[in-house]
Every structure is written in C-alpha cells, then in structure tokens.
Design a protein around this ligand. Sequence first.
Ligand SMILES: [Zn+2]
Length: 168
Amino acid sequence: MALIIRSSDIHAAGCYTMTRIRKGAAVAEYTGPRLRKDEADHLYEASPITYLFGLGDGSTVIDGHCMAMFINHSCDPNCESDEEDGRVWIRAIKNIPAGAEITYDYCLYDGGDDSAQCNCGAKNCRGTMYSTEEIRRRKKKAKAARTPRKPTSRSRKSGRKPRPRSAR
Ligand SMILES: [Zn+2]
C-alpha cells in the first residue's frame, strides 16, 4: 500500500493512495502513545487541534502520531475505523481507485463549543463532523438550555465504536 500526504480540498493536508485498494483491506493503523483521557485533556487544554482517538469506552485515547492522523473526515467515506484488541485500523469499506483521497467518518464527540464544521462536499454531508448521536445530544442540550425541564434519570452511554475526539 502506498500512501502519500498532500494538500486536500477537504481540509489542509490529506492522505491519498497511489495504488488501488480492495474493499476490506487495512489501509493504515492509527498509532501513537496511549493516554488516559484526563491526561490528554490536561495536556491539550490550550491546543486548538488534537489528534486524539477514543478507544473502547473513551477512557483511553491514542495521541495520533502517524500517517492515519492525516486522513480527513467525509460524510461519504471510503473507509471506516475499526478497533481490534486495543488497536485501531482504518479499513476500506469500498474499492478505492488509485489517486483517491482516503477518508472516514470521524463521528466526533466531546468537542465543547466547537461546531466541527464539515467541508467534505458529499451529497449527504451532515454539515458537521459530529456523529448523528452527538448531533442529537447537542440539539437536546441546546433545547434544554432554552426551556428548563426536569432532568431525566436515564443516563446516556456513548457507543462502543472507537471515535476520534474533536479538534478543540
Ligand atoms: Zn460532510
């Protein structure tokens, strides 16, 4: 697999493949030091951009230092992130032609005040890199802020899928 980093229409730099990639193939591993979420929050408190990828329940994050951290978000991606035994792989979900930009759906969460605007240009673009669950959660929160209501006793649990944290 030959991947290169070059400027992208989606955002700054992107990751491109020089060869065609078959559906199901592992394109890149998201590697970097493993940090506890609170450690990472402390470390990057003043940082506008982070490349943190939440593992499992999100209590541990990978601090991206790899090719995979250059892969941009798309609402119509050609890859997905896949957590396997504590390692995160970016895997092709369709056949990808040579020269194409590699993308996956970031499904961001925990982004604070950031709107995480999306510029992917896909027909089905959500307009934000947040996951659909996170968009719902934020809408609810915004509504609750406008009209105070009784708190519900049900707690919401975040999904099991590994998801990158938002740029802050
Ligand atoms: Zn989009």
